[in-house]
Design a binder for this molecule. Sequence first.
Ligand code: GRF
Length: 198
Amino acid sequence: MKRLPIGILGSGKGSNCRAILECIRSGNLAAEARVVISDALDAPILDIAREFSVANAYLAPGQFRTRLEPEVENELVNMLRQAGVELVILAGFMRVLHAPMLKAFRRRIVNIHPALLPKFPGLEAWKQALAAGDEVTGCTVHYVDEKIDHGEIIAQREVPILPGDTPESLHARIQIAERELYPAVIAEFCAKYQAAGL
Ligand code: GRF
């Protein structure tokens, strides 16, 4: 069976990364995790990669806070290409990507966001949904472009906002949905890859 070579980028906890690696391990996802890369040296996502024996690397991000220095972004492209990655999966990666990555992996970079985009892009989207008094929020998997939480939407899952929800309880419910939605979307990419290539 032809397995889709994926690379996962993250800056933090790595719960989505863990869910994806578990799906691969249990045979439910025809993907092969080639590398996990983080811009944070002590990010738990790197420990998760080690736990699953996946190659992993720290990418020193340079002087900017929300993006990578251009030469660093080029280095990231090289790392992913050398690993043979076909689909780049952002899982809590806190940097906006620019031309080097977007050109090298056109329509091959996806992200998950904890809201029903285009509503509530940006940080702590679950707090935005609560503050707006909405009854439903959710999560979105989308292609990545040069704007934050903006590219073409691939799939969404709704999550109810319940009376008495706190930011924490709502966030936890959204994350459960994320851990189901992301592997399901990646499975569709795997099927496409097996049939005809991405
Ligand atoms: C996820 O909740 C996702 O919505 C957002 O960043 C968070 C990362 O969480 N883009 P984790 O590192 O996967 O636990």
